[in-house]
Design a protein around this ligand. Structure first.
Ligand code: SF4
Length: 590
């Protein structure tokens, strides 16, 4: 493995993955050997191995099952299915079975929300779980059938494209956009991107022409293009479909970005959950090299550009561009201090443009059709179309392409949302709208979105939705800065406290305060946005929270009676008099 990666420390995440695949886990001696092999301190290699949730430094058995804990999978019964599987195999979630063969746990989201509930079996997605499928799985595990020999239809992933517009209906041949860009020349191409007013589709909406020009104008020994295919927002799966069904558009987009900024190398940072796509994408890149559409002297026009695929390892934070670059360099994916920005100091300190999969595919379309054509679609401030991943309580979950400016109500109507109570418009990190707001428009100037639209019907308990989101962020915070590390953990604990009937109005106030603090003081976008949906839900669905309160009056956040349980155990007393709450109630009654 080391030789295949030229003992290059920047390939550390890939090396760790491949070694783990071969040996089952990353033992201390293995980490030492890898550190020596790539010439990095052992502590650094151990730090990287410990950061990513798909790496394990203790044996977890030959079957590693991770059930998606995303709220839409939970709504489809994933938690009950996990409990059923654990019960049948005599297992506890989060632990390895006594014979050391099976481990079962949860993972934040598998990117299969349109065909859940789903799990990862040895990091391969199994979709459409049912009680019968779980029974069959138990049977196969008992018979020691390896995951590779499980029924192939269990691993089938549908694209579920429900509505096409200009991008999903483009009809361009592979390389057509590349040829058009070469004809236009770098300045002409940048001019078209500027005229199109294309904005990044990851959610922030930064102008693509500004990013590309800044990168092109920055001094460096080399320039790089990175395709951010690490979509990890709960409820989003649009990049999965673009990579699966429109990969040539994405590669053309990367090539033309390289042409515009003067780069000859690009990376696709592929989400670890989409590992099933890796071989297929590698094969397609090889075919393009043979066809003269990638590599040296592309289309015989003297332009050289090649692409490497880098597979992530289960860290949501790597969707943040500077964390993604750290990961590409073989380090834990912790966001960098900015400035400097990646466009001047990115991969290996060189000028780097990081673009979303959808942005690159749209850039390819603009190279052919022109900026004016694109600008006529959508709204003046949000040009073009947007891919929406719609999941939850709808009849037709899947991918919908709409021009910007479409209302939430129109999206719901297309997807078959009936009696909808709430919609989250950017996974766990964006607005949560209630029924009176469905006339609002999907656009950067009204409701911005990276593409995740999760729909909640009237029967859903919005408190449990919020609780799921707080757990997600507590798990995914990288721990680098205090407001986010502590704030996400405190919010998750407050929500658990409320869920167990021990909360007070003080706890609700605390969460509102935490929102203001984290939004203003966190180091990166994860912490800045982690409480937006929670804030919205507290404002719009407050009765769902208040129903959980132990008392409508103020009570101290610290549960002294619970904290004294250890003392009661030690003294062997558990009568009413040894309980603070009972004593207090008696005193109040008097
Ligand atoms: Fe890490 Fe959260 Fe701070 Fe971002 S905001 S750097 S994810 S701890």
């Amino acid at each position: 493995v080391l030789d295949r990666h030229a003992r290059d420390g920047t390939r550390l995440v890939q090396i760790l993955r491949e070694v783990q695949d071969a040996l089952g886990w990353l033992a201390p001696d293995t980490l030492t050997a890898i550190a020596q092999g790539v010439g990095r301190p052992r502590a650094q290699v151990e730090g990287t191995a410990g950061f990513y949730s798909f790496f394990h430094t203790r044996p977890l058995g030959e079957y590693r099952l991770l059930f998606s804990d995303n709220i839409t999978d939970r709504m489809l019964g994933s938690h009950d299915l996990m409990r059923s599987l654990c019960h049948k195999l005599w297992l506890e979630p989060g632990r390895v079975s006594e014979d050391g063969r099976v481990s079962v746990d949860t993972t934040s989201c598998t990117g299969m929300c349109d065909q859940g509930p789903a799990l990862l079996a040895n990091y391969r997605a199994v979709t459409r779980l049912t009680p019968e499928r779980i029974d069959d799985m138990v049977h196969l595990i008992r018979r020691r059938v390896s995951v590779g020999d499980w029924p192939s239809d269990w691993f089938h992933v549908d694209d579920n494209i429900r509505r096409r517009d200009v991008l999903l209906d483009h009809g361009l041949a592979p390389g057509a956009a590349l040829a058009a860009a070469l004809d236009r020349g770098p300045a002409g191409l940048l001019g078209e991107i500027e005229r199109s007013a294309l904005r990044g589709r990851g959610g922030a909406g930064f102008g693509s022409d500004i990013k590309w020009r800044s990168c092109r104008d920055a001094w460096g020994d080399a320039h790089y293009v990175i395709c951010n295919a690490d979509e990890g927002e709960p409820g989003t799966f649009k990049d999965r479909v673009l990579l699966s069904a429109f990969f040539d558009m994405v590669v053309d987009g990367m090539c033309i970005a390289g042409f515009a900024i003067g780069a000859s190398k690009g990376f696709i940072y592929l989400r670890g959950e989409y590992r099933y796509l890796l071989d297929r994408l590698e094969t397609r890149l090889a075919q393009r090299r043979e066809a003269g559409l990638l590599g040296r002297n592309i289309l015989g026009r003297g332009f050289t550009f090649d692409i490497e695929i880098h597979l992530g390892a289960g860290a949501y934070i790597c969707g943040e561009e500077s964390a993604l670059i750290e990961s590409l360099e073989g380090k834990p994916g912790k966001p960098r201090i900015r400035p400097p920005f990646p466009v001047t100091n990115g991969y290996l300190g060189q000028p780097t443009t990081v673009n979303n999969v959808e942005t690159l595919a749209l850039a390819a379309l603009i190279a052919v059709k022109g900026g004016e054509w694109f600008r006529a679609i959508g709204t003046p401030a949000s040009t073009g179309t947007k891919l929406l991943s719609v999941s939850g309580d709808v009849e037709r979950p899947g991918i919908y392409e709409f021009p910007f400016g479409v209302t939430v109500a129109e999206v719901l109507q297309a997807a078959g949302g009936v009696d909808t109570q709430a919609v989250t418009t950017a996974g766990a990190a964006g607005f949560c709208l209630s029924a009176g707001e469905f006339g609002r428009r999907i656009a950067f100037e009204d409701v911005p979105t990276g593409g995740s639209i999760m729909v909640f019907g009237r029967s859903r308990d919005m408190f449990e939705v919020a609780r799921n989101f707080t757990r997600f962020f507590a798990h995914e915070s990288c721990g680098f800065c205090t407001p986010c590390r502590v704030g996400t953990a405190v919010n998750a604990r407050l929500m658990d406290k409320l869920a167990h009937g021990r909360g007070s109005p003080y706890d609700l106030d605390e969460m509102e305060k935490m929102h203001r603090l984290m939004q203003g003081a966190s180091h990166c976008g994860l912490g800045n946005t982690a409480t937006i949906a929670l804030r919205d839900m507290l404002a719009r669905f407050r009765p769902a929270f208040e129903r959980r309160l132990h008392s409508p009056d103020y009570e101290p956040a610290f549960d002294l009676d619970a904290a004294l349980s250890q003392a009661r155990q030690m003294t062997g007393r558990d009568d009413a008099g040894a309980h603070l709450t009972d004593n207090l109630s008696a005193q109040r009654a008097e």
